[in-house]
Write a protein that binds this ligand. Structure first.
Ligand SMILES: [Zn+2]
Length: 122
């Protein structure tokens, strides 16, 4: 099982830590990150973190993925759901997730070095 590759939709994959990795130019890349990159049209920064909404780490449909600026924000989102369930606020955050991330990525590009988040938003 460990490091064993398999073919899915014609792409060579392997599983690592429960996630699907695909090989891109001889480098193994987490497939869920690659799919988010395609969605938002830029590469992810290493500190950015992708959440699987249905908790199934191999379900890499874009509808199941949500991007966070940092691992800490990702974790606090998961903690909130664990504590309070999917509240109206959480549901809105999920619904608007691509709108927000697109805005953030543009902000970051406009204000390089990326200080948008550390400034506490607008
Ligand atoms: Zn998560």
């Amino acid at each position: 099982m460990k490091n064993k590759t398999f073919i899915k939709n014609g792409v060579t994959c392997k599983k690592l830590g429960g996630y699907i990795f695909v090989q891109v130019r001889m480098v193994w890349v987490a497939q869920h990150r690659l799919i988010v990159e395609e969605k938002i049209g830029r590469t992810l920064r290493s500190e950015e973190s992708v959440h699987h909404l249905n908790s199934i780490k191999t379900d890499n449909h874009i509808e199941n993925l949500m991007l966070f600026p940092t691992q800490a924000e990702h974790k606090s989102f998961e903690n909130k759901i664990q504590q309070f369930g999917k509240t109206t606020n959480i549901q809105r955050q999920i619904r608007n997730r691509w709108k927000i991330n697109t805005q953030q990525s543009q902000q970051v590009v406009d204000t390089f070095p990326p200080s948008y988040n550390s400034l506490g938003g607008l």
